[in-house]
Design a protein around this ligand. Structure first.
Ligand code: DC
Length: 235
């Protein structure tokens, strides 16, 4: 067998620590991920925003939601930038447009396509940089960062999640109907959990937190004690 030459460059893999926060829509992942990133002064990945960009552009180009090749070709033409909490596509600020409930539903449908998920994998992993990363999504602990230091699965009852999403949308000036929103969230969760490619599910070693009756500070305290325990076993 031939051995590699001593000068063959190794691919750069960043081993910065990662904390993953997965769970269904409206569980409070975004709030907790942002608080934790600020507390630790780590980077933040909102993986849903990456999928939402693909969903929004699929909608705008009126592509069929199962036309994987057409969506793949479209994605290759997009210049997507994340900057100071905002998302830009070909220099247009689409931060608000991607939060629209119609976009949520389309995004969940195209997120089931395996080629789309593979195409977005490297973009998500590129967020992993020192001193560390908080990654928020559906498959952060199971697929994207299987070697994460700590994996959280955050959930809440469908009613609480619907109300939180309603409040969030109202604050952003996006109108929504609460009953319709709860139904839409339930349909989205079902699709996200039942798809064959990287379904929404807790990683085997995930810490399960039901935030229905908890304030963000209480969720954060639970995560911090889990983090101390994880760090203690690593040293
Ligand atoms: O987290 P969010 O609500 O912004 O995500 C929008 C949709 O994107 C969600 O319904 C499913 C998809 N998504 C995914 O499939 N995998 C992720 N890691 C994040 C989001």
């Amino acid at each position: 067998m031939e051995s590699a030459t001593p000068h063959t460059p190794k691919p750069q893999v960043d081993h910065a620590p990662v904390i993953t926060i997965d769970g269904p829509a409206g569980a409070g992942k975004g709030t907790i991920a942002a608080l934790l990133a600020t507390q630790l002064d780590w980077h933040l990945l909102d993986s849903g925003a990456i999928y939402r960009v693909a969903g929004l552009m699929t909608m705008r180009h009126a592509l069929a939601l199962d036309d994987e090749p057409a969506i793949m070709s479209l994605l290759k033409t997009l210049d997507v930038q994340f900057f100071q909490g905002k998302v830009f596509v070909n220099q247009e600020d689409i931060s608000l447009a991607i939060r629209d409930p119609a976009c949520s539903s389309v995004t969940s449908k195209i997120a089931a396509l395996p080629a789309i998920r593979s195409a977005l994998l490297a973009r998500q992993r590129a967020f992993r940089r020192a001193p560390g990363l908080i990654a928020d999504g559906r498959d952060m602990g199971t697929v994207v960062f299987p070697d994460a230091t700590l994996k959280i699965f955050l959930t809440a009852s469908p009613e609480v999640r619907g109300e939180r999403r309603y409040k969030q949308l109202s604050e952003q000036g996006i109108s929504a109907n609460l009953a319709h929103l709860i139904k839409e969230i339930a349909a989205r969760d079902k699709r996200d959990a039942e798809r064959a490619a990287a379904p929404l599910r807790p990683a085997d070693e995930a810490v399960y937190i039901d935030s229905s009756r908890l304030q963000p500070e209480q969720v954060l305290a639970t995560i911090n004690s889990q983090l101390s325990a994880a760090n203690a076993t690593r040293t």
